[in-house]
Design a binder for this molecule. Structure first.
Ligand SMILES: CCCC/N=C1\SC[C@@H]2[C@H](O)[C@H](O)[C@@H](O)CN12
Length: 628
């Protein structure tokens, strides 16, 4: 009897404990008081966007500490689907992809989390976060109730949301709300069944008591297509918008509940070839003060922008294809390298008038090192290294195949055919359907001819003899991340015409450049077969940065080089394009620089190397129009 009594007593205590915990932990909307409630008490979030996928794991804590000391009580985080499921059915959550570790660091720093798992996220990220393997079916309708798309979405959310459920605030974690889709009202499909399917999936995996919301531009049409019953409608706007007008529009869709600006733009993105965009600090701080005075909840987009490492940048396509630069500095309160700016200090001065900001100094900028010059040597032309870069050999096809058709999604593919006849005079090589996606570096018998570029250079003149080898190295510059063109196939779309001939009988080489360089096979000392031609055309260069006993953030500057990719100790740190700008340096985090071992620097130069083949490691970034 006694043991039964003890058992009953224990059950009662455990139930009481769970009830007391669950009773204490709740995050809800109070529609009578037009606010959020955390544990039943009034709560207003002052949040900042930071993307773990754009900051090396090594620096996550550093950035989060600076955001906390900046006066924030929450962060807003995108989850890029393609970052975690690069191949369908294969998931990665380790290292720089360890989302749960990032949540843990935020939790221990005292930051709540507003999670935005999409599945589409925009974010100037490759294909808006959607995995390119979705494009295997050319008829798929992305961001719709399309059955094939929804099957893939369901599989992905089953993995992700199952992981996220324990992290919900009411379950003991720090996730206070989740966004469903992203500015869906801006997308042509306006498919409410799609949004209903997503709402059902989120509820199935997360339960009924979590706050789910949507974010849309503050226009009626956008809110009409992007909002859905059961998902709290929020809006986004920057310093060029009238606050009262914007929130009046939110009120049309949410007559009661908290005012929320889910993306208050503290800066803006940059495209290659445009000026670096900045947003005035005084405008940002004044508008933040006005919104906080209204009791609004605000997330500042971005608070820490970070970097589009590797091939992760997205692109816009309004009048033409406009790829986003490698730096996602965004003129944000924390710079790309995580340095506090005057804008952050001004924002903190505003916040401290509305909530207690942590006492103590703002963590300082991380130390930077100007490691100086490094001489590079030419390793070889891409076309001379195919045995190594494409060990499985080429695919053969009458017509060119896309990246997606050959199941290579990022980087570069080499397309090879032969001249069908003698062409003694300059003859136009044409992509009649504007089908070069996105840039092709053209060579005849290894002699570089020039560039074809999507929307810009659809024709290039070549000469040669019948049977000469015609090579086009095609670069994926990043898939469109916003609007109706996100189903952005890459490679050579459609046939190419040379004079009156349709070119056929293609050899198509998938290139594993990143794998080869990560394995250290393209380092200084290694030479190609010696048939190298000059310093023009797609080529690899390599050199070494000797250790100096310290490992510091630095910036590599490639003055006089044209365009390409940089690898530091085998890690792809992103695209450079000083010929076009506005970015003229690439951020190299200290975590990539060895203090004791030789550092290997490898550069893929796509067009023309600078004659002296030098690069320099400096202690500051250079973005045109940026005070450095
Ligand atoms: C006029 C086009 C508006 C597109 N929306 C943008 S551009 C910068 C930001 C990020 O992409 C963000 O991921 C979007 O939700 C909103 N936004």
């Amino acid at each position: 009897m006694a043991s039964q009594a003890l058992c009953v007593c224990a059950c009662v205590c455990i139930t009481a404990l769970i009830n007391s915990v669950s009773a204490e932990r709740s995050f809800t909307i109070d529609y009578s008081k037009d606010c959020f409630l955390k544990d039943g008490q009034y709560f207003r979030y002052v949040s900042g966007s930071v993307h773990y996928s754009r900051v090396p794991r090594f620096y996550w804590k550093d950035r989060l500490m600076k955001m906390y000391m900046g006066g924030l009580n929450a962060i807003q985080v995108y989850v890029p689907w393609n970052f975690h499921e690069p191949v369908q059915g294969m998931y990665s959550f380790e290292g720089d992809r360890d989302l749960e570790h990032f949540l843990h660091l935020a939790n221990e720093t005292g930051l709540l989390v507003i999670l935005r798992p999409g599945p589409y996220i925009c974010a100037e990220w490759e294909m808006g976060g959607l995995p390119a393997w979705l494009l295997h079916n050319p008829n798929i309708i992305l961001r719709s109730a399309d059955s094939e798309y929804m099957q893939a979405v369901g599989d992905w959310l089953a993995v992700l949301l199952t992981k996220m459920r324990p992290w919900l605030y009411q379950n003991g974690g720090n996730i206070i709300s989740l966004q469903v889709e992203n500015e869906y009202g801006s997308y042509f499909a306006c498919d409410h069944n799609y949004m209903r399917s997503l709402r059902l999936l989120f509820r199935n995996f997360l339960g009924e008591d979590v706050v789910l919301f949507t974010t849309d531009g503050n226009r009626d049409k956008e809110l009409a297509c992007g909002s859905l019953q059961g998902l709290y409608s929020t809006i986004d706007f920057g310093t060029d918008t009238n606050i009262s007008d914007a929130f009046l529009r939110q009120r049309r869709f949410e007559p009661k509940g908290p005012l929320v600006n889910s993306e208050f733009y503290t800066g803006w993105l940059d495209h290659w070839g445009d000026d670096h965009t900045t947003v005035d600090t005084q405008k940002v701080s004044k508008m933040l003060r006005d919104m906080m005075s209204m009791g609004a909840n605000v997330n500042m987009y971005m608070f820490e922008g970070g970097t589009n490492f590797g091939y992760w940048n997205g692109a816009d396509h309004d009048t033409r294809f406009r790829p986003v630069v490698t730096s996602y500095d965004y003129d944000a309160p924390l710079s790309e390298a995580g340095d506090p700016t005057d804008k952050l200090l001004a924002i903190r001065d505003v916040i401290k008038d509305f909530r207690d900001v942590p006492v103590g100094p703002m963590p300082p900028a991380t130390p930077k090192m100007a490691y100086g010059f490094v001489m590079l040597q030419k390793i070889g032309n891409v076309s001379g290294l195919l045995d190594m870069l494409s060990p499985q050999g080429p695919l053969k096809s009458l017509k060119p195949l896309t990246f997606e058709e050959i199941k290579q999604y990022y980087g570069y593919v080499l397309y090879r055919t032969q001249l069908p006849r003698d062409i003694p005079d300059q003859t136009p090589l044409i992509s009649p359907l504007n089908g070069i996606h996105d840039r092709a570096y053209v060579s005849v018998n290894g002699v570089y001819q020039g560039v074809m570029e999507r929307d810009i250079a659809l024709v290039i003149n070549v000469t040669g003899r019948e049977g000469d080898q015609l090579d086009l190295l095609v670069e994926n510059m990043g898939r469109v991340n916003f609007g109706s063109k996100i189903n952005d196939y890459k490679g050579i779309l459609g046939n190419l015409i040379l004079g009156n001939d349709v070119l056929s009988d293609w050899l198509i080489f998938p290139l594993d450049i990143d794998g080869v360089i990560a394995n250290g096979w393209l380092q200084s000392g290694w030479r190609a077969d010696g048939k190298e031609v000059g310093d023009v055309g797609p080529s690899f260069y390599s050199g070494t940065l000797k250790p100096n006993g310290v490992s510091r953030d630095t910036f590599i500057k490639l003055t006089g080089w044209t365009k390409g990719q940089v690898f530091i100790n085998g890690v792809n740190v992103g695209r450079f394009w000083p010929e076009r700008g506005p970015q003229h340096t690439l951020y190299v985090p200290a975590s990539l620089i060895s203090a004791t071992l030789i550092n290997n620097i490898t550069v893929l130069e796509l067009e023309r190397a600078v004659y002296h083949r030098r690069v320099v490691f400096t202690d500051r970034p250079q973005l045109d129009n940026m005070a450095v």
